[in-house]
Design a binder for this molecule. Structure first.
Ligand SMILES: *Cc1c(COP(=O)(O)O)cnc(C)c1O
Length: 220
């Protein structure tokens, strides 16, 4: 199936209020253009340099989401255009995003990445760290960032019940955190292999790559 057909197919299965981030990492600009022509305006990349090259090449009404692990020294390369940073995993990184956003007189929306996978290879805060961070007075002083939600990745496994359990954990954390931070409105969870479960468990934003653009080839 073509990129346009894949997009159309996925959209029929997504509730209207769930935002689809088309994860285009490693894919050529021509593939993104096809998705754009089919109406897609939200793209996710996991490398700042690659995202910036694509931002330069493509129409400026695209909303660029940084979904990967962010190195602090590279924030400055995306601060003038990035729409949402999904993978925030430290206060130090928030401070840097705030500083760079200020230079461009912008407010950058950020999601805090939560470690929900039972496997321990993924980045992110655990529940205790998250509660500590959201009560940190430093955070209130950062005028150029806005924390709008949480992001998480389930374990890479065939075990659907485990995946569901992990998404449930994230959703309940999200709901609890919302009592302290009522501005939270985004729960980014779900990828090609598990977004159906994520949506059932309350995701508001799914990040889908290979089901739209096909398998990635990291050797080219
Ligand atoms: C690559 C990636 C995705 C998309 O993965 P697919 O399985 O291709 O849909 C989603 N989220 C993050 C953080 C990623 O790095």
């Amino acid at each position: 199936m073509s990129i346009q057909e894949n997009l159309a197919q996925i959209k029929t299965t997504l509730p209207e209020e769930v935002t689809l981030v088309a994860v285009s990492k490693t894919k050529p600009v021509s593939d993104l253009q096809l998705a754009y022509d089919a109406g897609q305006r939200v793209f996710g990349e996991n490398k700042i340099q690659e995202m910036t090259q694509k931002w330069e090449a493509l129409p400026k009404d695209i909303k660029w989401h940084m979904i990967g692990h962010v190195q602090r020294n590279k924030v400055k390369y995306m601060a003038h255009y990035v729409h949402l940073v999904h993978g925030v995993d430290s206060l130090k990184l928030l401070l840097e995003i705030d500083k760079q956003a200020k230079r461009h007189q912008r407010v950058i929306s950020c999601l805090l990445q939560v470690h929900i996978a039972e496997e321990d290879t993924k980045f992110g805060f655990d529940e205790e760290e998250l509660m500590k961070l959201t009560q940190d007075a430093t955070l209130q002083q950062l005028a150029n960032i806005r924390i709008t939600g949480l992001m998480g990745m389930a374990t890479f496994t065939e075990d659907k019940e485990q995946i569901r359990r992990e998404f449930k954990t994230l959703k309940s954390l999200f709901e609890r955190l919302k009592t302290a931070l009522p501005q939270l409105d985004t729960l980014s969870m779900g990828m090609s292999g598990d977004y159906d479960i994520a949506v059932e468990e309350g995701s508001t934003m799914v990040r889908i790559g290979s089901s739209i653009f096909g398998a990635r080839n990291y050797n080219t």
